[in-house]
Design a protein around this ligand. Structure first.
Ligand SMILES: *Cc1c(COP(=O)(O)O)cnc(C)c1O
Length: 818
C-alpha cells in the first residue's frame, strides 16, 4: 500500500475515535442517539482541541518575540460558516469526510448545522472577514476587534413579492467557535461628567457619575491555511457590572433602576444596524462604536504593557487599523488612555496616536458620512469630546497659519463644524495613513472628498485595492473548478494565486475549455435544482445565468437591470421569434428595512418574475428569479453557477466592489460600468473579455456639479424607455396600479439621481453584444478563462501583502508545529 494511503487510513481512524470520544464527553451520547447538532458540535470540538495548541503557540511567539501586531477594528465581520473553511485550512477535509462517512454521516449535513455568522451588512463586513483569512494565511500577526451582536443581519423572506425581515437568532444553540474570556473583561464608561483638578502644574481629569458597562471578550480562532498560525478575532459582549446596582435596599425605585440599567447595557451588543452605505445618527450606534473601540484599545494596551514596557514604543509594536470611520473614536480614546491613564502629555500622546492609527475610507456617498451632533457626542462621551475639541482646535490653529484668512477652507476641514463632529475628518487628521479601496476611488478621494487634506498632507494618502480570499471563494465554494485548475496548471495557485495566469496558455485548448464548461454546467444544474425546490421555477442550465447579487441600493442600479429585462420582454412579446440566447436573470440582496425605494425594487423584480415566468408565449426564453436571503452561504452556491456578473453601479459610487471579483474568479464575465475595481478588472482582462458601458465617473461628477441632465428627455426621446416607464404605472404589472409610482417618480420627477435612464441605451446595446458573443461557445469559453486567469491579483492575499508592507509594517512569523 502506498505510504500516502496508509497515512490517510491511520489519520481517518484516529479522527473517527476522536469524534466518537468527543460526542460522548460533550453530550454523553452514543452515535445512534445524537442529533445533527450534537454531531456538529462534537466535530467542532475535535477541531478546537487540535487548534488550541497552535493558538497558544502563536500567542507565545508574538509575545516572546515582541512581534509588531495589527488590530483590525471593524463594526462588521461577515464571516459566514467557518467549519468547511477550517477543515480545508487545517488540511483535514478529506480525512474528516472519510472518517464521518464510515460512521454514515454526511459532512455537508453537519456543515448545515452551523449558523452563518452574519455580523455584517455587505461588502465592508465581508472584506473584514476575507482580510482575517488572508492575514492568517500569510502568517502575519494580526487580529480582529469587533462586536458580538446577539442578532446579526436580519433574515430575508419574500412574502407575496415583498421583503419581510426576521431576526437572525444565530446564537440560539450557542456558537461552537467562540471562547468566552471572562478574565479579560474590561470596563467601558458612558455619560457622567468630567471634573478637572489642578495638581501642581498638571491638570487631571476625573470622570464621575458615569454608567459603567462590562465588556466581555468572546474570542474566535482565525486559522491560517496549512501553516500553524492561529490569530484571534475578539468580539465584545456588553454586560451589566455585577453589584453595581444590586443594593441591599429593596426599594422599588432601586429595583426598577437596576433592571433598567441591565437592559440599557445589554442593548449595546444586541443588534447589528441593518443599513449598508448609510448613516443614521442614532445614540445607540455611537454607544456601540465607543464600546468596542474602548474595550479593544484597553485590551491592547494591557497586553502591551504586560510584555513590552515603554508606552512610547507602542507605534513600533502595534497598529490599530480602522475599517471606515465607524471606529474613528479610536483616535481620542487612545489619546485619553495615554494621557489620563499613562500620564503622558498632549504632544507625546498625539505623536504616539498618529503613528499608531491607520484608516480605510469606504465611500464618498454623502448619506454615508458619519457626523454626530455635538450635544449627543458630548453627553455620551464627555471626556472624549473634550479631547476631540482640543484636537480640532490645534488642527485649526495649524490651518490658520498655513491658510491665513481662508475661513471657508478651514471650515470645510474642521473636525467640529456646524455643531457636528465629522468622523471622517477626525480619522484623516488622527491617522498616519488614509487609503481608498480601488485606484479610481483613491483618485476621487484625492480630487474631491479629501482634496484639501490631500494638499495639506499628501504623504498620508495611498491606495489598497480590495480583494477576496480565493480559498473560500474558489477552493471551498467551487471544488469542481479548483480540481480542473490543479489538473491543468498544478496546485501552486493555491499558495500563489497570481499563478492562475498559467491558465492563459490553455485559453484555446479544446479539452480544457470542455472541462471548464462541464464544471460550470454542473454548478448551474445544482443551482437550478435549488431554484426548483425552493421557488418551484424551472430554469434551463443551458441558458445564460445572468446574476446581480448584492445589497439592494439605488446607486447599485438593480433598477437598470430590471428595466432592461422589461424591455427584452417587450421585444419578445412584439416578436416571439426574436432571436435571443435564452437567459435566466437572477437577483438577490437585502434592502435596509427602512429603505422604502429599495424594497419597492424587490417587489418590482418579483412581480415581473411572476409575469414573465408564467408567460408561455415567450417559449421559456426568459426567466427571472429573486433568490431569497443573500448571505455568504448563498453566495457560495451562486458565484460558481454564474455566466454573467452584473456590476452596473453609477460610475464613481461603488468604492470598489468585491462581488465583481468573486464572479470573475469563478469564470463569469463582467457587464459593468467604469466604477470601483471594475476599472482594474478591465485593465487586467482587456476590453475583449469584459462588457463596459455607460457614463464614466468624470462625466457623472460633472453632471452633479454643473447640472445638464434631464431624465425627461430620455423618456420623451426613447420609445422603449417611455413604454417601460409607463408600464410601471398603468396597471401592466400585477399588484396595484400605484404600487410602483414612487419608482417612476424617482426616475422622472426627481430627475433620476443615478442616471439609470441616461445609461439605459448603452446598457441595452452592451447586452446585445454579450448575447452575440455567447453564441460562439469557443469565444465565450476563452473569455471565461481570461477572467479566471487574471483573478489572482484580486486575492485578498495581494491586498494584505500591500497593507502589511505599505501601511502596517508587520512581518510574517513562522509558528512551529508542536
Ligand atoms: C461579497 C459580498 C458582498 C459584496 O458584494 P458587492 O457586489 O461588492 O456589493 C455582499 N454580501 C455578501 C454576502 C458578499 O459575500
Amino acid at each position: 500500500m502506498a505510504r500516502e494511503t496508509k497515512k490517510h487510513l491511520r489519520e481517518t481512524e484516529k479522527f473517527k475515535l476522536d469524534f466518537l470520544y468527543k460526542l460522548q464527553t460533550l453530550h454523553g451520547k452514543e452515535l445512534e442517539e445524537a442529533s445533527n447538532n450534537d454531531k456538529y458540535t462534537a466535530l467542532v470540538g475535535v477541531l478546537r482541541d487540535r487548534i488550541s495548541q497552535n493558538w497558544v503557540a502563536t500567542n507565545r511567539d508574538y509575545s516572546e518575540k515582541s512581534r509588531k501586531q495589527v488590530y483590525y477594528f471593524s463594526m462588521e465581520f461577515l464571516l459566514g460558516k467557518l467549519l468547511p473553511m477550517y477543515l480545508i485550512n487545517m488540511g483535514v477535509h478529506d480525512v474528516c469526510r472519510d472518517a464521518l462517512a464510515e460512521l454514515d454521516i454526511d459532512i455537508d449535513k453537519l456543515t448545515e448545522a452551523e449558523p452563518d455568522a452574519g455580523l455584517g451588512n455587505g461588502g465592508l463586513g465581508r472584506l473584514a472577514a476575507c482580510f482575517m483569512d488572508s492575514i492568517a494565511a500569510m502568517k502575519l500577526p494580526g487580529h480582529g476587534n469587533g462586536i458580538r451582536y446577539r442578532y446579526g443581519l436580519f433574515e430575508q423572506k419574500i412574502v407575496d413579492g415583498h421583503q419581510v425581515e426576521l431576526p437572525d437568532n444565530w446564537l440560539k444553540d450557542g456558537y461552537a467557535w467562540e471562547y468566552r474570556r471572562g478574565d479579560r473583561a474590561t470596563e467601558v464608561r458612558f455619560g457622567g461628567h468630567v471634573r478637572t483638578e489642578a495638581t501642581g502644574n498638571k491638570l487631571t481629569f476625573i470622570h464621575e457619575g458615569y454608567e459603567p458597562v462590562l465588556a466581555v471578550p468572546y474570542d474566535v480562532p482565525i486559522i491560517g491555511h496549512e501553516n500553524n498560525t492561529v490569530n484571534t478575532l475578539r468580539l465584545w459582549n456588553a454586560e451589566p457590572i455585577e453589584g453595581e446596582f444590586d443594593l441591599p435596599t429593596f426599594n422599588r425605585g432601586d429595583y426598577l433602576k437596576a433592571v433598567e440599567y441591565k437592559h440599557s447595557v445589554e442593548r449595546i451588543s444586541k443588534i447589528l444596524y441593518p443599513e449598508d452605505n448609510f448613516y443614521e445618527g442614532r445614540l445607540l450606534r455611537l454607544k456601540q462604536q465607543y464600546f468596542f473601540v474602548s474595550a479593544g484599545i484597553q485590551s491592547i494596551i494591557r497586553r502591551f504593557k504586560k510584555r513590552r514596557g515603554p508606552i512610547r514604543a507602542l507605534p513600533d509594536r502595534v497598529t490599530i487599523h480602522i475599517n471606515d470611520t465607524h471606529p474613528a473614536v479610536a483616535v481620542p480614546e487612545l489619546m485619553r488612555i495615554l494621557m489620563d491613564e499613562e500620564g503622558l502629555g498632549w504632544d507625546d500622546a498625539w505623536d504616539i496616536t498618529t503613528r499608531t492609527v491607520s484608516y480605510t475610507n469606504h465611500t464618498i456617498m454623502p448619506e454615508a458620512l458619519e457626523k454626530w451632533p455635538v450635544q449627543m457626542f458630548k453627553t455620551l462621551l464627555p471626556r472624549i469630546y473634550m479631547i476631540v475639541e482640543e484636537i480640532n482646535e490645534r488642527y485649526c490653529r495649524r490651518l490658520w497659519q498655513r491658510y491665513p484668512g481662508n475661513w471657508d477652507k478651514i471650515a470645510q476641514m474642521a473636525i467640529i463644524a456646524d455643531e457636528q463632529v465629522h468622523m471622517a475628518r477626525l480619522a484623516v487628521v488622527g491617522s498616519f495613513s488614509v487609503n481608498g479601496v480601488a485606484a479610481l476611488h483613491t483618485d476621487i478621494l484625492k480630487k474631491h472628498l479629501f482634496h484639501h487634506y490631500y494638499e495639506d498632507m499628501p504623504h498620508k494618502f495611498n491606495n489598497k485595492t480590495n480583494g477576496i480570499t480565493h480559498r473560500r471563494w474558489l477552493l471551498r465554494a467551487n471544488r469542481g473548478l479548483a480540481e480542473v485548475l490543479t489538473d491543468t496548471i498544478g496546485k501552486s495557485w493555491v499558495e500563489h494565486p497570481e499563478d492562475l495566469t498559467n491558465l492563459l496558455k490553455y485559453d484555446s485548448d479544446a479539452s480544457v475549455q470542455e472541462k471548464l464548461k462541464q464544471v460550470k454546467l454542473q454548478n448551474k444544474e445544482h443551482l437550478a435544482r435549488h431554484i426548483k425546490e425552493k421557488y418551484d421555477v424551472l430554469v434551463d442550465p443551458a441558458s445564460i445565468f445572468d446574476v446581480q447579487i448584492k445589497r439592494i441600493h439605488a446607486y447599485k442600479r438593480q433598477l437598470l437591470n430590471v428595466l432592461h429585462v422589461m424591455d427584452l420582454y417587450n421585444r419578445l412579446k412584439d416578436n416571439p421569434d426574436l432571436d435571443i440566447v435564452p437567459r435566466t436573470f437572477l437577483f438577490g440582496g437585502k434592502a435596509a428595512p427602512g429603505y422604502y425605494l429599495a424594497k419597492q425594487i424587490i417587489k418590482l423584480i418579483n412581480m415581473l418574475a411572476y409575469k414573465i415566468n408564467n408567460d408561455l408565449s415567450i417559449k421559456g426564453k426568459l426567466k427571472v428569479v429573486f433568490l431569497e436571503n443573500y448571505s455568504v452561504s448563498l453566495g457560495e452556491m451562486v458565484f460558481p453557477a454564474s455566466d454573467v456578473s452584473e456590476q452596473i453601479s453609477t460610475a464613481s459610487k461603488e468604492a470598489s466592489g468585491t462581488g465583481n471579483m468573486k464572479f470573475m474568479l469563478n469564470g463569469a464575465v463582467t457587464m459593468g460600468t467604469m466604477d470601483g475595481a471594475n476599472v482594474e478588472i478591465r485593465n487586467a482582462v482587456g476590453d475583449d473579455n469584459i462588457f463596459i458601458f455607460g457614463l464614466n465617473s468624470d462625466q457623472v461628477i460633472d453632471f452633479y456639479r454643473y447640472g445638464g441632465y434631464k431624465s425627461y428627455d430620455c423618456y420623451n426621446n426613447d420609445k422603449r424607455i417611455k413604454l417601460i416607464l409607463d408600464q410601471l404605472v398603468n396597471g401592466y404589472l400585477p399588484g396595484g396600479k400605484d404600487e410602483f409610482r414612487p419608482i417612476f417618480d424617482s426616475l422622472l420627477r426627481d430627475n433620476d439621481e443615478f442616471f439609470v435612464l441616461k445609461d439605459f441605451d448603452d446598457y441595452a446595446t452592451a447586452q446585445e453584444r454579450l448575447d452575440q458573443r455567447f453564441r460562439d461557445q469557443g469565444v465565450w469559453s476563452k473569455m471565461s478563462i481570461h477572467n479566471i486567469a487574471h483573478a489572482g491579483i484580486f486575492s485578498s492575499d495581494r491586498s494584505i501583502a500591500e497593507y502589511a508592507i505599505g501601511i502596517w509594517n508587520v512581518k510574517p512569523a513562522e509558528i512551529p508545529r508542536l
